[in-house]
Design a protein around this ligand. Structure first.
Ligand SMILES: NC(=O)c1ccc[n+]([C@@H]2O[C@H](COP(=O)([O-])OP(=O)(O)OC[C@H]3O[C@@H](n4cnc5c(N)ncnc54)[C@H](O)[C@@H]3O)[C@@H](O)[C@H]2O)c1
Length: 340
């Protein structure tokens, strides 16, 4: 069984190139969202604990693989020197049930979240979007910018975080790019004049990080941080003004911004699930004045795509370590022989 550590992912990205990996991942996401009906899926079971949530994200492709991811969200972790979100995951063959890869998924989650937002933004934002506002410059933020640069000609990034240290870190990491970086003093200032707003804050509460008054015609919003029960980022009045796209209604209604609505209202306001844009069944944007909202929570299908791609690339570049995580036996019934 292949073991993909943090170091293996770093090596893999160096071999393949970050942009190549992201473009391949966006294609893998298109392929898998395009095969929506051939996956057995379920809203992720979440266990809430003081200060955080622990989630398991399983999905089964009826053709080849079953995957699952374990992921948490503990917004106060950085105050004790730990990350808010960490994850690990597994890829198994469905014909034998044998696991073939176990992987770190903290980095893979950031990559797949950025690739999914980029895919949605490509189909939902105005083609002439050049100014991006990033609210929350934590672990996900740079990945988000790099993803969006692949689908739109981003020239200016306006950014704000309540933590000045996180803003300095973001500026340092993005300094080598040709982007015009504009540090802002508050969310209102950052969102002013933005064509795309990406909000990726972490706070386990219903917080109106983005106020309705600041959302103007034609803007596209990627709302990533409202992703569990009782955790949202947008003032509720933004929802009826927006054309809303979710990944998977059954899970998004529990965890996304639309959790604030009645089921009837949510059904009425949600324009599409992401796969309907990918397959061309519905359009992401009707005109240049529409407000579009990608209400992202992160679903197991995205983890499936990133695990499958990573496995294929790890095989190609001979990356990762191989360990016997299942016994190798000449006689499959003679399990005791392992320990005799
Ligand atoms: N939708 C998805 O698929 C997906 C995937 C991964 C993470 N997430 C979510 O994205 C969010 C960010 O994750 P992360 O790993 O970057 O966390 P992080 O803790 O590293 O960064 C979050 C940042 O938000 C800032 N922040 C909190 N409240 C704010 C506010 N009101 N205004 C401005 N900034 C504020 C914090 O200071 C912090 O720097 C989390 O809520 C996480 O659950 C979603």
């Amino acid at each position: 069984m292949k073991i993909i550590s943090v170091e293996s992912v770093t090596t893999l990205l160096h071999h393949h190139g970050f942009n190549n990996y992201m473009l391949d991942l966006m294609n893998a996401l298109k392929r898998d969202f395009g095969r929506w009906e051939s996956f057995t899926k379920m809203p992720r079971p979440a266990m809430h604990v003081p200060g955080g949530v622990l989630e398991l994200m399983p999905i089964c492709d009826n053709e080849l693989y079953y995957t699952f991811k374990y992921v948490n969200c503990h917004p106060k972790n950085p105050s004790i020197g730990k990350q808010t979100v960490v994850a690990t995951g597994q890829l198994s063959r469905i014909d034998t049930g044998y696991p073939v890869m176990f992987s770190e998924m903290t980095i893979l989650t950031a990559l797949r979240t950025a690739a999914t937002a980029a895919l949605a933004t490509d189909m939902m934002s105005r083609n002439d979007s050049h100014t991006l506002a990033i609210i929350g410059t934590g672990a996900q933020s740079e990945f988000q910018v790099k993803g969006l640069q692949l689908v739109r000609d981003i020239k200016e990034v306006r950014y704000f975080d309540i933590d000045p240290h996180a803003m300095k870190k973001f500026a340092r990491n993005m300094a080598h790019t040709s982007l015009k970086l504009v540090p802002c003093e508050n969310v209102q200032q950052a969102t002013r004049g933005a064509d795309i707003i990406t909000v990726c804050t972490a706070c386990k509460a219903q917080v109106d990080v983005i106020k309705n008054d600041w959302v103007t015609a034609g803007v596209h919003i990627n709302a990533l941080g409202g992703d569990t029960v009782g955790k949202t980022e947008l003032e509720e009045n933004i929802l009826p003004r927006s054309s809303i796209v979710v990944e998977y209604f059954d899970q998004s209604f529990i965890e996304g911004e639309i959790q604030r609505l009645s089921k009837e209202k949510a059904k009425e306001l949600v324009h599409a699930e992401l796969y309907e844009l990918v397959t061309g069944k519905k359009k992401g944007r009707k005109n240049n004045t529409e407000i579009t909202l990608f209400d992202s929570v992160g679903i197991a299908l995205e983890d499936y795509s990133v695990l499958r791609l990573t496995y294929e690339l790890a095989e190609k570049y001979n990356t990762g370590e191989n360990y016997n995580m299942t016994p190798v036996l000449p006689d499959p019934k003679n399990l005791i022989s392992c320990i005799l």
